[in-house]
Design a protein around this ligand. Structure first.
Ligand code: SF4
Length: 461
């Protein structure tokens, strides 16, 4: 009999929906149906059935061809390559669980690597602003239950986080928002007429790259001062009206995306957004949240801040304390200056997302990809090591975009012989210890680190 597994987490976008239901075959090997997920999440689960998923590591040969090798050979190659490198870079972690993020830290310390995650090229500027100005945030459950004015600034959840609007921000009925969308005023700030902007009650189509000025104009009006007739391409009366809507709200929720962090102003835009949130709290209640892209990209920020004191760009190459200085220790900058001599791409696709010049430098040195699937990075790597898919055939903890931890389940059995990220990194670490004749250091026993598989998913409230 097929089994219906409920309260499953979706390992795709930062909404990290934990209400998915998956019907699996009685032998636990095939996903038959996926309920509640959006089209992206549904396809992700069905993709796990793909018979062409890689089952063995693949090593590039001297003649350029690719040959399958054993996991032992791949582990040995990775351990030796990392130990031989002067400054390896281990990057990615958009799509794996916190257990893998923790296990890789031992390898990074042992090899004196720079450990970085995708925040380096997405919400890194948000972190810089939070360090400077704090982060008056809340959970998505609070946003759903309380927010009657929702601002989407430089983000388009209708495409990037498809169920965000139905689970948390526009449509759902919450405890204090019983009428759902009817009770919410939606403001979109975006230079384009996105599908989210089309849903908004007020769309401020600002001139691209002028976010900082507009944040400043909002704050100026909020403080009772006059502004010019037009700021950032938006008429004064529209800005004044938007500020009035916010002031009269019972709870304002500001969601911001990479339209803010990767345009002129970058971290200063987020600084201004945080200050606007603080100013609004003199009139009503207001909160702010980064629209994190991947389902567990908040995870490395949590795990590495706990382990090293820094959420990203963690430089362990000095062999003493960890050091973080974006611009100096950030992945793209290191690659562009050709400062790293080994690259390990984990659970992301640097081949698709990085500037071509950075990839050209990285390609001069050993390039290893750890990923369940074929991707552009795996195809230009010297070694591709497949792993299980966290949230599909491997359980684990993930941090949703609001930094709420959720226990994700596995719904089908993993491919025989294919390890999880955590198991792979533990084996690489053990091999590095063997090669250097040192004792491995485990904070907790392997027995204690066994995953619970039947914990109910945490609700968003
Ligand atoms: Fe998965 Fe995101 Fe779709 Fe939710 S909104 S089902 S987390 S892809």
């Amino acid at each position: 009999m097929p089994k219906l597994i409920t309260q499953v987490g979706c390992p795709y976008c930062g909404s990290s929906c934990d209400d998915i239901e998956v019907l699996v075959s009685d032998d636990n090997k095939k996903i038959l149906e996926v309920h509640n997920a959006c089209i992206i999440g549904t396809n992700l689960f069905h993709h796990a059935n793909d018979p062409t998923r890689p089952k063995l590591p693949r090593m590039r040969q001297p003649d350029g061809s690719i040959k399958e090798i054993s996991y032992d050979e791949a582990i040995d190659f990775t351990a030796k390559t990392l130990l031989a490198a002067k400054k390896p870079l281990i990057y990615g972690f958009g799509s794996t669980n916190c257990e893998g993020m923790s296990a890789v830290a031992r390898i990074a310390e042992k090899s004196g690597a720079v450990l970085d995650n995708c925040a380096s090229i997405c919400h890194g500027p948000s972190f810089l602003a939070m360090f400077d100005n704090g982060y008056p945030s809340c959970t998505l459950g609070e946003a759903k239950n309380r927010a009657d004015v929702v601002v989407f600034w430089g983000c388009n959840p209708m495409h990037a986080h498809p169920r965000h609007t139905s689970r948390y921000s526009i449509f759902p009925r919450g405890y204090f928002t019983q009428k759902g969308q009817m009770q919410r005023t939606i403001i979109s700030v975006d230079p384009r007429q996105t599908d989210t902007a089309k849903l908004a009650d007020i769309h401020l189509m600002l001139n691209q790259g002028h976010d900082y000025e507009l944040f400043d104009a909002f704050r100026t009006v909020l403080k009772g001062y006059d502004i010019p007739d037009e700021v950032a391409g938006i008429k004064k009366e529209v800005i004044v009206k938007s500020v009035e809507v916010m002031k009269k709200a019972r709870f304002v929720m500001i969601f911001f995306g990479m339209g803010c962090t990767h345009t002129d102003g970058r971290n200063h835009n987020i600084d201004a957004a945080i200050s606007l949130t603080r100013d609004l709290n003199l009139h009503t209640k207001a909160s702010i949240m980064a629209m994190r892209g991947h389902y567990n990209i908040a995870g490395p920020g949590q795990v590495w801040a706990w382990l090293f004191g820094f959420p990203y760009c963690v430089d362990l190459s000095k062999g003493t304390a960890a050091h973080m200085n974006p611009g100096e220790t950030s992945s793209i900058d290191l690659a562009m200056r050709d400062e790293v001599d080994c690259f390990v791409n984990v659970g992301t696709d640097a081949g698709a997302h990085w500037p071509i010049d950075a990839i050209k430098h990285i390609k001069k040195h050993p390039f290893i990809t750890v990923d369940p699937n074929f991707c552009m990075a795996s195809e230009i790597s010297d070694l591709h090591i497949p792993v299980r898919i966290a949230g599909v055939d491997e359980p684990g903890v993930v941090y949703r975009m609001d930094n709420v931890p959720i226990q994700f389940k596995s719904v089908i059995d993993g491919l025989p012989g294919v390890p999880s990220d955590e198991e792979l990194f533990d084996k690489i670490y053990e091999r590095m210890c063997e090669l250097t004749k040192t004792q491995p250091v485990w904070l907790t026993s392997k027995e204690d680190r066994k995953h619970p598989t039947n914990i109910s998913a945490v609700n968003e409230a």
